[in-house]
Unconditional design. Structure first.
Length: 414
């Protein structure tokens, strides 16, 4: 159990579990004391999220994975809902090291944080708008756009390229817990347009919280307050944003939270901040380049591993068919001496020299078939050969191919 708390109005336990089917980690949420949920309700909501149509509708792009179901990089994917032991269970994708937006910027401060830099807020807003656009485009509503349900994962802090404005690390935001409210409040479900408008109000409150440094909830503003009271609550917030941020930011906040008009839909918000999306796109491309460089390094390490495997297959093989001395003669003998040259270096007193740099350098030159000459000496000192790395590479490939051509098929596990 990683966490126990009261969430969505019910006692909730959170588990990190390993699937017996695929071995992957998942987030399992158990919600107890729920009486209004049946198997039929769970299946109905799952069909909406997990078995949605893969075709576009009304010109809106559908976001589905190859095996069906809603999937978007800005939404924590929901896999399954089931009932057991008088509780409702939800299975979502597990993101290691993730914390909520509330924990990251507001926890431990009694809901009081500090206003965040505008460029950082735009980055977060672009990610959230992209996720909400995908959800609404599939005729769904997120319903969990709150600070305590937005997961943020931090990019690699060791990399200079991963540092955002004002030294803040780059954040990846994902909307968490999708589908849960749909199941728990199925019988009191409202119309889709009303739910999507509520999403936009909640998005505006997240934006207002980040700009003012205060945790603001949509229910505190709009529930049980008339229009005049709502305007009185918001006026100071609007003034603060207008004085401390750009007009563009103020317009977005005002369009989402203005109590005298319905909130702007997700397409209107996306259009108004289109230029900001290019900054996020540049940042994404930078992260892709950084990851590609890291993967290239791993790939290069794999090349050295392949050389080591080939040498291990050939060196001192007990026998090869009827030839008992195959690994001790001809080209294989050169490989045996090369193995000693790389791994069994010793000083004048016979003490081992553990030089990892020499090993890596030698393997790289072998991989590149370098023409550099080296001296290979037998252990008794009676045989001395002068060869190039290219000669050794040729011998290794020839011996390895000879082994492969005479090897037996690997038995099937079936």
């Amino acid at each position: 159990i990683t966490q126990q708390r009261s969430s969505f109005g019910y006692p909730t336990s959170l588990f990190r579990v390993t699937s017996a089917t695929d071995g992957n980690l998942y987030c399992l949420r158990r919600i107890d004391s729920v009486r209004c949920v049946s198997h039929k309700i769970a299946q109905t909501v799952m069909q909406q999220w997990l078995l949605s149509d893969n075709n576009a509708s009304n010109g809106r792009e559908k976001h589905n994975s190859s095996n069906g179901g809603f999937d978007h990089p800005g939404v924590v994917r929901w896999y399954k809902c089931f009932l057991s032991q008088r509780a409702v269970f939800f299975v979502h994708r597990y993101h290691a090291g993730a914390v909520t937006l509330r924990e990251r910027f507001f926890d431990g401060t009694q809901g009081q944080g500090v206003p965040l830099p505008e460029s950082f807020i735009w980055s977060c807003l672009v990610q959230l708008v992209s996720a909400v656009r995908a959800v609404h485009g599939n005729s769904l509503a997120a319903r969990t756009l709150q600070l305590n349900h937005i997961l943020c994962t931090q990019e690699n802090v060791a990399s200079v390229a991963s540092s955002g404005p004002y030294g803040l690390p780059k954040m990846r935001l994902r909307i968490n817990c999708v589908g849960i409210v749909d199941v728990l409040e199925f019988e009191a479900r409202k119309g889709l347009e009303e739910l999507q408008n509520a999403d936009m109000r909640a998005l505006g409150c997240i934006l207002l919280s980040m700009t003012t440094g205060m945790e603001i909830n949509a229910n505190d503003i709009y529930r049980n307050n008339n229009l005049q009271q709502q305007a009185q609550i918001l006026v100071e917030y609007f003034q603060f944003v207008q004085q401390n941020y750009s007009r563009e930011m103020y317009v977005v906040v005002h369009s989402l939270l203005n109590p005298n008009a319905p909130p702007s839909n997700i397409r209107a918000v996306g259009t108004s901040m289109a230029m900001r999306a290019f900054d996020e796109l540049d940042s994404a491309h930078g992260s892709i380049d950084e990851h590609s460089t890291a993967l290239l390094g791993i790939y290069e390490s794999g090349r050295a591993l392949r050389l080591l495997l080939k040498l291990a297959y050939v060196n001192e093989r007990p026998e090869f068919g009827i030839d008992k001395n195959w690994s001790e003669s001809g080209d294989c003998y050169i490989l045996k001496l090369f193995r000693d040259f790389v791994f069994h270096q010793a000083d004048g007193g016979g003490r081992p020299v553990m030089d990892a740099g020499h090993v890596v350098s030698s393997l790289n030159k072998l991989d590149a078939a370098d023409e550099e000459k080296i001296v290979l000496t037998s252990r008794d000192g009676k045989n001395v050969l002068v060869v190039s790395f290219a000669d050794v590479a040729w011998c290794l490939e020839k011996a390895y191919q000879e082994l492969c051509s005479n090897s037996v098929p690997i038995p099937s596990m079936a």
